[in-house]
Design a protein around this ligand. Structure first.
Ligand code: NAD
Ligand code: ZN
Length: 364
């Protein structure tokens, strides 16, 4: 098993370990018991993880209280679900000495992390991410939250995990479209931070899509190192952490304009192409760079063009509503080359005019 350490100086424990392996789920529990021997355990998962057999594999015959989110997915990422989890913990007589174990994708991780952050003013959470999104992105970084009826993550807290366990074999049961869309975050990591990783993804994409454990371990490790180092440097998103937003400003607008018909990663893929076109307009791109990026995304089978019925005016309006906008216009993350974010006066997000963005949307 591969082990990485994430250092978060603000955490009382100073950071947390990430452990990555293949087919480790069935032997994890004794290790969790040993590492957290003073804690009672409570598991949060969702119905799909139960029917895929993963909860059973994690717990074996042990009698551990668990909460199963149903229906699975974003619709359940609400304050009501967080309340139900907290009340289930109370009914099980659990107190401040509880370890919450989140077994699931980003939805489970975000809700369970949020419930742990607020239960009795905070108990530790262990993340066992099961989707490509969660293994690359949501499990590492300490952002937790639930949605309101108006917006995503309206309730939230920074609550770093006590540890992260990644088993690449769990991904075998993930739906193909979810699997591919989640890999867009891996491509994003390579683009902003690691050109060798980008080369690796280009060369090994077939093996990734066949879900070969050794390549999945490698990408889990790269993703955690990249996201971990950004989070270490900037745990509360003052500046450098914004680089993780590459492709997301336009991506979020596309996701919303599709009425959430597009998966997050699919919309971000379009946002990444848009960022590439902005870089060309701003003369930041080397010849052929965007073609390489488009090549990987096309091979992933995610969209690289705006849906035909999506109006530019609507997207511009949504971009103005971006939660990071100041005076109704956000800054954009761009790259100077594959593996390096473009910075202006030390800032990782830079000004791009609405006119230029409109021009790019017309070309998209
Ligand atoms: N906290 C963060 O930093 C952060 C980062 C990125 C995304 N997110 C959040 O994560 C959520 C999206 O995450 P997601 O894409 O993992 O969604 P998800 O957790 O809803 O999972 C997608 C679907 O796949 C199923 N699934 C997950 N793993 C499976 C497996 N191994 N086998 C079979 N089915 C499986 C789920 O039950 C669900 O139906 C969003 O709410 C997003 O806001 C948070
Ligand atoms: Zn994302």
């Amino acid at each position: 098993m591969l082990e990485l350490d994430i250092k978060i100086p603000a955490m009382p424990e100073g950071g947390y370990p990430i452990r990555i392996g293949t087919d480790i789920l069935g032997s994890l529990w004794p290790r969790i018991e040993a590492d957290f021997d003073k804690y009672s355990k409570f598991v949060v998962t969702d119905e799909n993880l139960v029917s895929a057999g993963h909860l059973q594999k994690l717990l074996g015959q042990r009698d551990i209280p668990a909460f199963t989110i149903s229906p699975a997915g974003e619709a359940s990422k609400t304050i009501d679900t967080a309340i139900a989890i907290i009340e289930a913990m109370e009914k099980a007589y659990l107190g401040r000495d509880t370890l919450v174990v989140a077994l699931g994708g980003g939805t489970v991780g975000d809700i369970a992390g949020f419930a742990a952050a607020v239960f009795k003013r905070g108990v530790p959470v262990l993340q066992i991410p099961t989707s490509t999104v969660a293994q690359a992105d949501s499990a590492v970084g300490g952002k937790t939250g639930v949605d309101s009826s108006m917006s995503k993550n309206a309730f939230g807290a920074f609550w770093h995990p006590a540890g992260v366990y990644i088993d690449t074999v769990i991904l075998k049961t993930l739906d193909e479209r979810q699997f591919r869309a989640g890999l867009v975050e891996s491509v994003k990591h390579a683009i902003i931070a690691d050109s060798e990783y980008f080369d690796f993804l280009e060369e090994n994409l077939d093996a990734v899509l066949q879900r070969k454990p050794d390549v999945l371990e490698k990408i889990a490790e790269r993703n955690c190192r990249i996201k971990g180092s950004v989070v270490e440097a900037d745990p509360r998103e003052q500046n450098q952490r914004r680089s993780l937003n590459y492709g997301h400003t336009i991506g979020h607008a596309v996701e919303a304009a599709s009425g959430f018909e597009l998966l997050h990663g699919e919309a971000v893929a379009i946002g990444i192409i848009a960022a590439g076109l902005i870089e060309i307009e701003m003369e930041l791109a080397q010849p052929g760079r965007l073609d390489r990026i488009r090549g990987i995304l096309e091979k992933l089978g995610v969209p690289v063009k705006l849906p035909a019925d999506m109006a530019e005016e609507k997207l511009i309006d949504l971009i103005k509503r971006d939660k990071k906008a100041v005076n109704k216009w956000p800054r954009f993350v761009l790259i100077s080359r594959i593996g390096e974010v473009y910075r202006q006066d030390g800032q990782y997000a830079v000004e791009v005019s609405a006119e230029l963005v409109t021009t790019v949307l017309q070309k998209l």
